[in-house]
Design a protein around this ligand. Structure first.
Ligand code: ADP
Ligand code: MG
Length: 306
């Protein structure tokens, strides 16, 4: 498990992280989400011991990264896809990485297979597409068979097939009981990949919830179609719901859930042709959260200035 506690990081005048705290559990894919500049990469670098926090701490299974004796066996990370020398082959790159970390050569073939690069193992990395470089980065992260996998914006610039591949790879890593954390600035590409989201804005935690919880919490209204829309509207309004009739005769009902609406219609023998709970898209929810954080920060800075 990864634990981040009250992490603060200043770069000169920039407050990149502002008392950020969260936990990342094993067995699920966790998305670390926030707009550009929110502090995602800074957090991952601190977890990996590459940057020092101004205050607070980040631990992996109760230890700071620099106290882990064989880090590649415990934590695999991809922060940058261009880490491999362009003149080397994928196989050579991974073999060097394995040798310098005391990892047996058999793992090189295994991870090349796992990421689907076995057939280009002896081609120069310089000729690889972005998607192939992403796969090679992930192969490197998996070399030591680590229990924790951290990826910074792994789907950036990938095509649909690449995104689908990353999605299924991360899901199977989590299903094996590993801790998987990936960052992204786009909710749309995370919605189908992650189970849990941590949303950050301006270095602060805005939300930690399962994707299902967020969908439920932001359920907006229920769309109802009925040949007796007028009668139904009168009944639902009488029960305290807010009802809006749309141009096609469809009825949007807020303040009552689908089963209560269905029961009320049945009690009045009104036929229902459609009953659909509608939620705000995850993208809407995310944009709303992050823009509120920006407004809050702007107000706070204005009022705190003498
Ligand atoms: P994200 O990965 O969410 O886009 P970052 O962690 O890269 O965000 O950046 C958070 C903030 O910290 C930004 O304002 C960024 O400009 C600043 N920052 C990040 N790294 C440095 C650095 N090495 N020096 C100065 N400022 C930095
Ligand atoms: Mg970043």
């Amino acid at each position: 498990m990864i634990v981040v506690e009250e992490l603060t990081k200043r770069y000169g005048p920039t407050l990149a992280l502002d008392r950020l705290s969260f936990e990342v559990r094993p067995g699920v894919v966790t998305g670390f989400l926030g707009p550009n500049g929110a502090g995602k990469s800074t957090t991952l670098r601190i977890i990996l011991g590459l940057h020092h926090p101004t205050s607070g701490r980040a631990t992996i299974d109760n230890r700071r990264y620099d106290r882990i004796r064989r880090p590649m066996h415990e934590v695999g990370a991809v922060l940058d896809t261009d880490a491999a020398h362009p003149g080397r082959s994928a196989f050579h790159h991974l073999a060097c990485l394995a040798r310098s970390n005391g990892i047996g050569k058999a793992r090189v073939g295994a991870v090349l297979d796992q990421v689907g690069l076995a057939n280009v193992a002896h081609k120069r990395v310089g000729g690889f597409s972005l998607g192939m470089r992403q796969r090679l980065g992930i192969a490197g992260a998996l070399l030591g068979d680590p229990a924790v996998v951290l990826l910074d914006e792994p789907v950036n610039g990938l095509d649909a097939a690449g995104i689908r591949w990353i999605r299924s790879t991360l899901r199977s890593l989590a299903a094996e009981g590993r801790t998987v954390l990936l960052s992204s600035h786009l909710m749309s590409e995370m919605a189908l990949t992650v189970d849990h989201v941590l949303v950050v804005g301006q270095g602060r935690l805005l939300e930690s919830a399962s994707v299902a919880e967020i969908r439920e919490r932001f359920e907006r209204d229920v769309l109802v179609r009925s040949p007796r829309a007028d009668d139904l509207t009168r009944i639902l309004t009488g029960l305290g719901a807010t009802v809006t009739v749309g141009p096609g005769g469809e009825v949007a009902v807020a303040g009552m859930d689908a089963s209560a609406i269905g029961d009320a219609a049945a009690a009045a023998s009104i036929a229902i042709h459609e009953l659909t709970p509608r939620s705000a898209t995850l993208e809407d929810v995310y944009l709303d959260m992050t823009s509120k954080a920006a407004e809050y920060r702007a107000t706070k800075e204005r009022t705190e200035r003498p």
